[in-house]
Design a protein around this ligand. Structure first.
Ligand SMILES: Cc1cc2nc3c(=O)[nH]c(=O)nc-3n(C[C@H](O)[C@H](O)[C@H](O)COP(=O)(O)OP(=O)(O)OC[C@H]3O[C@@H](n4cnc5c(N)ncnc54)[C@H](O)[C@@H]3O)c2cc1C
Length: 500
């Protein structure tokens, strides 16, 4: 990804600022597509699966043809696609590290963290694919569909010659086609600065969220480290529990990889009205333990100290490549390198979701996207291509969203959506009551758009705009009296271009 030029961003409402950076937090790195490695280019030629189903007593399920490693978001949507193609029954196996069937992970920092008296989300309520309006795939669903589920037994090794997987408990699994869907792991603070102290939390799975809830039950002072999505969502949840909450981050504003300074300022004020305190431009020196061994304070590099009995670290995530390094890693964005059909350089092995470094066709670069929409779509695309020999390549349009303060009794619920690329100048429209929109314009074309509290119709327009990238009249857009009027101007630009 080209360097973020935050210094170019002036905190002016409804202003135009020059900004040339790529995609944000959920899309941590990217590199130009034409820098593709030979391995990737080689893998673009279509290959055939080499597995023949053999009668073998070595492997518990002789019919197993497809194995998905990682029972997360992407795995759930991949399973649904196998079922739709009539290819799950007896042939599909999912190997999970967690004790749960795939679920919609974003819920963990949203409904899952609602105060206990405000109907928090719990499994089985949010198994995939409810997040996209699909069927709720409970453990029984997998049984009914004949899908072999292996729980709490992570894969520890892969033999690509013999096409076998080894699990932690010692199982040896034969695969025909292997789909790696291991997601990410939360980045941690080193142990020597207190990263493993009791009371210090990271959130990636249900067990992590349960542990945080146990801390919230007793907590008085919470420090959230990180001003990205996880930090913003956890802080919004913590004040819902009436906890003294401080967010500490090194940047000069919230969600700096996506928000303009002006937009961030509005959200910061909203958070402050809800009781959240911010320490911006602050770097952590270490986390201190109290007499009971639990975390008691957060020490900053400037010498100041914030008391805390609960600390939540939200400083990003790393692709969980685990035993699959040998399948081929991308050197610039990390993760497992795949082509536009999610094929790795090893025939018969695919990678999807957060862990996959794939060609983002629309912007001509290789990237990873840590976002549930991509997890779902990459899973569907990969499986459809695998089982139908379809060859049309993945053409993803980046989409990010967040939802906070949605618990019962909240004065102001927040739901924003962003589509496209946050490059170029920005135009901000709306007075945040609650609507607001930011448009990113590069070389006269609309590249990205964010709307908060839009109607269903308005949200549906955003991907059309970001995909088509119409030429827009910046001055006209700037003079729009409301978000509705600005979207209408953008829509007309789209229609005008469609006629040409
Ligand atoms: C707390 C939280 C909130 C989020 N909120 C949002 C949001 O608001 N909007 C959004 O778009 N995205 C959000 N995301 C990101 C989104 O959840 C991910 O992009 C999505 O879950 C990726 O799906 P995946 O299947 O690739 O990985 P995951 O869903 O992470 O699943 C990977 C699974 O693989 C398992 N695994 C790892 N290694 C192994 C192994 N060796 N063997 C077996 N299993 C293994 C893991 O335990 C995990 O269960 C959030 C993520 C988190 C953690």
């Amino acid at each position: 990804m080209s360097p973020v030029r935050r210094s170019l961003m002036a905190a002016v409402s409804s202003s135009l600022v020059s900004l040339k950076h790529g995609l944000s937090h959920w899309c941590p790195h990217s590199s130009r597509l034409h820098n593709s490695t030979p391995a990737l280019l080689a893998s673009r030629t279509f290959h055939h699966r080499t597995f023949c189903i053999r009668a073998s007593s070595d492997f518990a399920n002789d019919n197993r043809e497809y194995v998905i490693v990682g029972g997360g978001n992407a795995a759930g949507y991949a399973a649904r696609t196998f079922v739709e193609h009539g290819l799950a029954d007896g042939k599909l196996c999912i190997v999970c590290k967690e004790p749960y069937a795939p679920y919609e992970r974003p819920a963990l920092t949203k409904g899952y963290l609602f105060p206990l008296d405000k109907k928090p989300a719990r499994l089985p309520g949010f198994h995939t694919c409810v997040g996209s309006g699909g069927e709720r795939q409970t453990p029984e669903w997998y049984k009914e569909k004949g899908i072999e589920m292996i729980y709490e037994d992570p894969v520890t090794d892969v033999n690509t010659e013999k096409q076998t997987l080894q699990t932690q408990s010692g199982k040896l699994l034969k695969y025909g086609s292997l789909i790696i869907a291991t997601g990410c792991t939360a980045s941690r603070f080193p142990e020597k600065i207190g990263g493993n102290l009791p009371g210090v939390h990271y959130i990636r799975d249900v067990a992590d969220a349960d542990s945080l809830i146990e801390s919230f039950k007793k907590a008085k002072k919470v420090v959230v480290v990180g001003g990205g999505y996880i930090g913003m969502e956890v802080a919004a949840a913590a004040v819902g529990w009436n906890l003294d909450t401080t967010v500490v981050f090194p940047e000069d504003h919230l969600l700096s990889r996506l928000f303009t300074p002006s937009l961030a300022q509005k959200y910061e004020e909203l958070y402050q009205q809800n009781g959240v305190k911010f320490m911006k431009g602050a770097k952590i020196k270490n986390l201190d333990a109290g007499g009971d061994g639990r975390v008691a304070a957060v020490k900053l590099e400037d010498g100041s100290t914030i008391d805390a009995d609960t600390v939540v670290i939200g400083i990003g995530a790393k692709p969980a490549v685990g035993p699959f390094e040998k399948v081929g890693l991308n050197t610039t964005v990390g993760g497992i390198q795949v082509d536009g059909l999610f094929r790795t350089k090893v025939p018969g092995i695919f990678a999807i979701g957060d862990v996959a470094a794939f060609p983002l066709k629309i912007y001509d670069r290789i990237t990873r996207v840590e976002h549930v929409d991509h997890a779902r779509k990459s899973a569907q695309h990969c499986v459809s291509a695998l089982v139908t020999a379809r060859t049309h390549i993945y053409d993803y349009l980046p989409y990010f969203y967040s939802r906070v303060f949605e618990y019962e009794g909240s004065q102001r619920k927040v739901w924003w959506q962003f589509f496209g690329d946050n490059v170029g100048e920005t135009v901000e429209i709306g007075n945040f009551d609650p609507k607001i929109a930011t448009f990113w314009i590069d070389s006269g074309r609309l590249k990205g758009v964010l709307v908060e509290s839009g109607t269903a119709e308005e949200f549906q327009l955003l991907p059309k705009l970001a995909r088509a990238q119409p030429l827009v009249d910046k001055a006209k857009l700037q003079s729009a009296s409301s978000v509705e009027a600005a979207l209408e101007i953008a829509h007309k630009s789209l229609q005008a271009e469609a006629k040409v």
